[in-house]
Design a protein around this ligand. Structure first.
Ligand SMILES: [Zn+2]
Length: 288
């Protein structure tokens, strides 16, 4: 077990830099939580905060970026995150969206590619797959599949038709470095596609600081639709509300509406099973 001094505390919104930020509430977390494959414990109580200007949310008393990167890069992502096929993991409407535009020969970069599940999907569509992955163990699996895979944003000479980030944005301490990378490495009218939890969803609004997706300490950033819509040099070309995965969708379909309402009234609602779709896919067209 590793004891962590989780003292990453911000005076401004990490997305729009507004100082109009306020506390939503303390975050629920268990002792001896898992971060990647490490068991860790904390000095401070984590909190969920929100921004009055861009409506995004973020974690205070997060673990520091340095600690997070060390834990990810030394953790074994191949054990922690399942290698389920992309089209069996993500909701059908997400795969269908990619089927509408992925074409022969397109260069597709997946940031945070884990063991290459989306890259396999991309290869089936006759596109050229590229990945970035921080975890050494996961990267080796991707390289063994024969795909190009980098450890970070540096030393990449290619320019891409599509850049994707699945289940990644919520982990970012410096979202601007990802956005700036995409501005440099996306072709004109190329697409940046982000898939993450939706803090503007009814689930998140009802669950507040009890929202399951805050998932302390791994998730630290919950960007709103407004944030994505105001990014320089990008415009939203597709906005799709969806579920975290097919299993979350199944959980929603099999849940008891009455139980959910009871939980909401008793202040116990965590947003899981979801009452409505609680994730979003945002496709941003690059307009340099
Ligand atoms: Zn903000």
């Amino acid at each position: 077990m590793t004891q962590i001094n989780n003292n990453h505390f911000l005076s401004r919104c990490p997305l729009c830099s507004s100082s109009e930020i306020y506390l939503v509430g303390a975050l629920n977390y268990r002792y001896n939580v898992k971060f990647s494959t490490h068991i860790i414990n904390f000095d401070n109580i984590p909190q969920l905060w929100t921004c009055k200007n861009c409506y995004s949310g973020f974690t205070q008393n997060a673990i520091t970026q340095t600690d997070a990167e060390t834990l990810y890069s030394t953790g074994n992502g191949t054990l922690r995150w399942s290698g389920t096929k992309f089209e069996d993991d993500k909701p059908k409407e997400v795969s269908s969206f990619f089927n509408t535009f992925l074409k022969n020969g397109m260069k597709v970069m997946d940031i945070g590619c884990n063991t290459g599940e989306f890259l396999d999907f991309v290869k089936d569509k006759k596109c050229i797959p590229y990945g970035i992955e921080l975890s050494k163990d996961s990267r080796e699996v991707v390289l063994d599949k024969g795909y190009k895979c980098y450890s970070d944003f540096t030393n990449i000479d290619e320019v891409f038709d599509v850049i994707t980030a699945f289940d990644l944005f919520e982990h970012l301490y410096q979202p601007n470095s990802l956005i700036n990378f995409c501005k440099k490495k996306l072709k004109k009218e190329g697409l940046l596609i982000i898939f993450t939890g939706n803090i503007g969803s009814i689930n998140a609004k009802l669950a507040k600081n009890k929202w399951w997706y805050t998932n302390y300490p791994e998730h630290v950033l919950f960007a709103s639709r407004k944030y994505y819509s105001q990014l320089d040099n990008f415009s939203i070309s597709t906005y799709l509300k969806t579920y975290a995965s097919q299993s979350h969708e199944a959980l929603h379909n099999n849940s008891s509406f009455l139980n959910t309402i009871k939980n909401i009234l008793q202040g116990k609602f965590t947003g899981n099973p979801a009452l409505f779709k609680d994730h979003h896919l945002i496709a941003l067209k690059h307009m340099p």
